[in-house]
Design a protein around this ligand. Structure first.
Ligand SMILES: Nc1ncnc2c1ncn2[C@@H]1O[C@H](COP(=O)(O)OP(=O)(O)OP(=O)(O)O)[C@@H](O)[C@H]1O
Length: 200
């Protein structure tokens, strides 16, 4: 039996940081953002649909999708965000299902699915357990501003486009408080898997 764990959080709350820690323990992690990037590479079915809908103005000179430009469109227009999701999500789901299947076949005790929109897209119903990487909005905004070189307003806009972490807290089985150091978050991340008895 493989325990399927959904790891989520908000933008810049520390999911990748926790995922990297799990990877360092040799735990298989499937990254929804990575799969979403692969699904929209030049020539992929989703790439063609995106260009057909959003136009060639969202392309870089090398033909790749300019993620920043597409991000600006969909983060300020809910309708366009939904269109993009409908194009990309089914392909991302198929890619992740396939990787999960391989990990289960390999007899892994646990697989971590790193999914930013786990609760928004009701994917919590498809996993056995959920973990939320939690931070206060203040710390989230500061880390987001620094990482993405955003202004206060740009960062707040992106944070508020998502389900509040306070709401996700209620839905999650376990919390990792990432307001402190990365080491403190890693410790909690390890303890959760120990509690579920899935660490080698
Ligand atoms: N405990 C911490 N202390 C200081 N900085 C941190 C901590 N955890 C994460 N960070 C930094 O905050 C930023 C956001 O973290 P990370 O990229 O892991 O978040 P994320 O949830 O994966 O974000 P996104 O979903 O937006 O990609 C990064 O620059 C990371 O280095």
């Amino acid at each position: 039996m493989t325990l399927i764990v959904g790891l989520t959080g908000g933008i810049a709350s520390g999911k990748s940081t926790v995922s990297a820690y799990y990877r360092s323990l040799n735990i298989p992690v499937i990254d929804a953002d990575l799969e979403a990037r692969l699904a929209v590479k030049i020539g992929e079915p989703a790439y063609k649909k995106i260009v057909a809908h959003f136009g060639t103005g969202i392309l870089q000179s090398d033909g790749d999708i300019n993620r920043m430009r597409l991000g600006e469109i969909v983060f300020s227009n809910e309708q366009e965000r939904l269109v993009l999701n409908e194009i990309v999500h089914p392909d991302v789901g198929r890619r992740m299902d396939e990787k999960q299947r391989l990990a289960m076949e390999n007899g892994e005790k646990v697989v971590i699915l790193d999914i930013p929109l786990l609760f928004e897209n009701k994917l919590n119903e498809k996993v056995d357990k959920t973990i939320l990487v939690y931070v206060t909005e203040d710390i989230q905004r500061k880390r987001l501003m620094e990482r993405n070189q955003l202004t206060f307003e740009q960062a707040i806009k992106r944070i508020h486009a998502q389900m509040p972490l306070e709401k996700k807290r209620i839905l999650a089985d376990e919390l990792i408080d990432n307001n402190g150091t990365i080491a403190a978050a890693a410790m909690q991340a390890k303890e959760i898997l120990e509690k579920w008895n899935v660490l080698n």
